[in-house]
Design a protein around this ligand. Sequence first.
Ligand SMILES: [Zn+2]
Length: 270
Amino acid sequence: MNALNCPKGHGPMAQKKIKKQKTFRGVDIEYNADAFICPECGLEAGTAQSAGDVQHAIADAYRKKAGLLTGQEIRSLRAAKELTQQQLADVMNVGIASIKRWETGMIQSKSMDHALRIQLQSAFRADSYTGNREISLPRIKLVAEAFERTLRKRLLKSGDKLLFLAKYLWYADMLAFRQLGKGLTGASYAAMTYGPQLNNYRELVKSIRESDVKDVELLSQEELRVIHQVAEKFPNKRQVYDAAHREKIWLESKTGALIPYSCANELTEF
Ligand SMILES: [Zn+2]
């Protein structure tokens, strides 16, 4: 924005952060604004921000005061849960446009705020996406190694896209959830065009390979039995890849959406 000149002839005005008070929806709020101030006479003229930025500042000040999540809070909680805007929209049964608006300047209703908190502030992301477990990278490594031993194949390779390992893991996690009431790893799986995939696998591969399995809960006999069941069914990695692509629960998921563990009963290959 161009510099303004003081209308009283004192030359260029300076841009400064100021606190503004306002009554918004019946609530007194205070928010930060950028304004042009004359250094000579203190005259304040206009705002140095876009109308949209001012609206966002007002909306967030109001949300803070009214006990609603602010746009920034929604964004950071969602990032901490490793959910995309689309995934959050799907689990809340709203359009992605609503998530985008709430994360910027639109004020959510009290009931939507409650629904957001349920999704974003629960101890883990909704159990239905983690199979009643907190995600454990060492456990993913243990399961991967168990598959490698059983299949006598390397599956967890450096820089790997996990095209095959992710399917073995997915079947084992889903099947364990179905048979034992609890997944093996706590991992979330997203429906990608190339099949079910470990959510955010790109960030995880290296950490999984380097994770320390020394202090992790060992796989139980029942859990190993599930792994063997999957390995016996798909001795060849092409088979597990193709089978996953025949699964109704993958076919019916939107691309990128998380596949809930509650769908484990609908697996067609087991
Ligand atoms: Zn002036």
